[in-house]
Design a protein around this ligand. Structure first.
Ligand SMILES: *[C@@H]1O[C@H](CO)[C@@H](O)[C@H](O)[C@H]1NC(C)=O
Ligand SMILES: *[C@@H]1O[C@H](CO)[C@@H](O)[C@H](O)[C@H]1NC(C)=O
Ligand SMILES: *[C@@H]1O[C@H](CO)[C@@H](O)[C@H](O)[C@H]1NC(C)=O
Ligand SMILES: *[C@@H]1O[C@H](CO)[C@@H](O)[C@H](O)[C@H]1NC(C)=O
Length: 237
């Protein structure tokens, strides 16, 4: 009698375990839900980009080139990795507000033009600290005024888009100081429809996995406890 009860419990526990496992396997990619974006804000930033190619501490280094790069008038195929400081004023010793990290490559065969792929990470104040904007854009370096596309962002600038208006401030040999005016449009908040707002930059991306870890632990403990309890009640070893 007790044995029958125990085995029917075991059967139920096994079915529950299977359902639980299957529900978990379906978890990784089934979250496609309607959403709302809060009113968009526009943030304007103005700073100077320092690209230092020569000297003992270059912030831009060549990492690759093509066979024909040296004989190309535009150095087509040369690729540089950069970690360029961004400062408040044109003076390299003025306040550091962030860094431009990424690469640029010579992508024009007839006219000198770079392809810029970089993330600008801001550290200059508490509000933007650690937030980034992503730039992926053509840069026709010989033009006095250029414009780069902002294609995304993180932290305070989640879901950002916009543009940078750039103008060379000074050029000493290959070392350039460039004035950057950024116009960044980004939502004040993004949330699932019907759920309360979560403001960009404040979300905890690991909370989902923490919840499923806790639910797993609770599930396993309950099954283990009841199994042990029933074993002790109905069997004497
Ligand atoms: C290209 O020129 C640079 C410096 O002028 C030199 O160091 C390099 O070896 C040259 N590369 C080729 C493939 O000729
Ligand atoms: C930015 O964050 C870093 C690391 O979290 C911290 O050390 C630094 O003091 C912060 N800077 C500002 C301006 O808030
Ligand atoms: C940036 O904005 C300032 C102030 O509006 C303006 O004087 C300057 O010419 C602009 N620079 C660029 C590169 O757009
Ligand atoms: C098992 O559950 C019964 C009934 O709820 C309880 O009386 C008993 O103390 C439990 N046994 C153990 C070992 O926890």
């Amino acid at each position: 009698m007790g044995g029958t009860k125990f085995f029917s419990f075991l059967a139920v526990a096994m079915v529950l375990s299977l359902v639980h496992i299957q529900a978990q396997q379906g978890n990784w990619g089934d979250e496609t839900v309607p959403y709302t974006m809060g009113p968009e804000k526009m943030t304007k930033l103005r700073f100077y980009f320092h690209d230092i190619v020569t000297g003992n501490n270059p912030t831009a280094v060549q990492i690759a080139q093509a066979t024909g790069t040296n004989s190309s008038s535009t150095l087509f195929g040369a690729l540089f990795m950069i970690d360029d400081p961004l400062t408040e004023g044109p003076d390299p010793n003025s306040r550091l507000v962030g860094r431009a990290q990424g690469f640029y490559g010579s992508a024009g065969q007839k006219e000198p033009a770079l392809i810029l792929g970089m993330s600008l990470v801001f550290t200059g104040n508490e509000k933007f600290n650690g937030s980034t904007i992503s730039v992926l854009s053509r840069n026709p370096v010989t033009h006095t005024e250029r414009e780069f596309a902002i294609v995304g962002g993180t932290g305070y600038f989640q879901f950002a888009r916009g543009f940078i208006s750039a103008k060379t401030y000074s050029l000493v040999g290959p070392n350039a100081v460039v004035e950057y005016n950024c116009t960044i449009v980004h939502p004040s908040s993004v949330s699932e429809l019907g759920k309360s707002n979560s403001s960009p930059g404040k979300s905890d991306s690991s909370s989902g996995s923490q919840i499923s870890l806790v639910s797993n632990l609770v599930f396993v403990s309950v099954i283990a406890y009841v199994t042990i309890n029933l074993s002790l009640q109905h069997f004497s070893w």
